[in-house]
Design a protein around this ligand. Structure first.
Ligand code: GDP
Ligand code: MG
Length: 381
């Protein structure tokens, strides 16, 4: 029987898995059960055992709740991340979950203190045992109550971990346009990224990130899914691309394919471009025509081809011209050092994929080109 014709049981989703509370409580109760109290008399040991169980179970649960939400409490999401998380999970949903988990921690700490205080008044293993059981019961319900929130936090964490982190403090070039116009191909030529290239739409479903050295700064180059310019009917991939344009971009590289091989007429592409210009008049949008080896427009825009390398040099210069003013100048010694070292930057960096790969300069003839020195951040505070 062929592999594909074998009927596999459908992958059972998260419902089939135990909720997070089960896992957390299991660990907490196990740790608590290992309590081995010291004490000279049995009554003293009974009381200490009860106390240890209360403290250990409470502390373990709180530590786990903290771990689940820590990522979102330590550093706030970037505007781009906050936007895509809001679109995927609902506005404010993440914050509400983080708050509820934090409140659960506070309530558990309160419950723990209250129980600890009650123990000295109780005499005999039965009463102490009852108190611990009652405590376990309430502790469990506090954790179970936040199961939906813990599930949400894990989902958001997975969602964000599946995407590269775009540093909001660095200049960012977002490459956008209709599906199939050649965004991923161009990103592969302009930066260190190697996004998947294919001749069908929505090959790229979420952002990809590469870097390029531009003058004194390291430019983030973001590849995006294609956008069809239907603001109210955008699929999640399109919404993510629009979020990158609105929230992450210092500069947008808007690619238009005049050849029509992308499957969308140029007029539709122009309409989307006009909408973005209108929505973000302050945002530099560099318009670029792709696939110049197949067709070309009226010559008013930079035309590039990743097949022939045409226009890539000019495009690199335009990008540098736009990025340079936002970059902070490095200290003069570094500038001089870089000047004399022959920095490799955009056009030279990637223009020649057909040319022979550079050989290691063992003969010591010419000086090997060097990447730009990465600017150190000034210490803060
Ligand atoms: N002839 C030609 N084809 C190109 C060029 N750039 C991209 N393509 C092709 O166009 C298709 C879509 O490219 P891709 O980079 O995946 O587009 P994306 O969907 O916008 O990321 C692929 O088949 C590429 O090989 C180009 O400059 N010339
Ligand atoms: Mg793509």
């Amino acid at each position: 029987m062929r592999e594909s014709s074998v009927r596999r049981p459908r992958h059972r989703g998260r419902e089939a898995r135990a909720p997070p509370s089960v896992e957390i409580l299991e660990i907490a109760f196990h740790r608590a059960s290992l309590a081995t109290p010291h004490g000279s008399s049995k009554p003293e040991r009974d009381r200490r055992r009860a106390l240890l169980k209360v403290v250990r179970a409470g502390a373990t649960v709180v530590r786990h709740l903290r771990l689940e939400s820590d990522r979102f409490r330590r550093t706030p999401l970037s505007p781009f991340e906050a936007t895509i998380v809001g679109e995927r999970f609902g506005d404010g949903a993440l914050d509400r979950s983080v708050t509820r988990v934090r409140r659960a921690e506070e309530r558990i700490r309160g419950l723990q203190r209250e129980t600890e205080r009650s123990l000295p008044r109780l005499h005999g293993p039965e009463l102490l045992g009852d108190a611990v059981r009652a405590y376990y019961g309430r502790l469990s319900s506090f954790v179970r109550e936040v199961d939906p929130d813990l599930i949400r936090l894990r989902e958001v964490d997975r969602f964000l971990s599946a995407r590269p982190t775009v540093d909001p403090d660095r200049p960012t070039l977002v490459v956008a346009g209709f599906p199939n116009v050649g965004k991923s191909s161009l990103v592969g030529r302009l930066s260190t990224a190697h996004p998947r290239v294919a001749d069908y739409p929505f090959t790229t479903l979420s952002i990809a990130l590469g870097h390029a050295d531009v003058g004194f700064d390291r430019l983030q180059v973001v590849d995006t899914p294609g956008v069809l310019g239907r603001p109210r009917r955008a699929n999640p991939a399109e919404a993510e691309a629009e979020a990158a344009v609105r929230r992450a971009a210092t500069i947008v590289l808007f690619l238009l394919d005049p050849s029509g091989t992308c499957g969308y007429p140029l007029a539709e592409q122009e309409a989307l471009l006009a909408r973005w210009h209108a929505e973000r008049p302050d945002l530099p949008i560099l318009e670029v025509e792709t696939k110049a080896d197949l067709a070309r427009g009226d010559g008013s825009r930079v035309a590039v081809s990743v097949r022939t390398g045409e226009g890539l040099e000019e495009l690199g210069q335009r990008i540098r011209g736009l990025v340079a003013p936002t970059a902070t100048m490095p200290p003069v010694e570094i500038a001089l050092e870089e000047d004399s070292a022959g920095i490799v930057d955009l056009p030279e960096l990637r223009a020649e994929t057909v040319a022979e790969p550079p050989r290691p300069s063992s003969t010591g003839g010419g000086r090997a080109p060097r990447r730009a020195v990465r600017r150190r951040r000034a210490p803060t505070g």
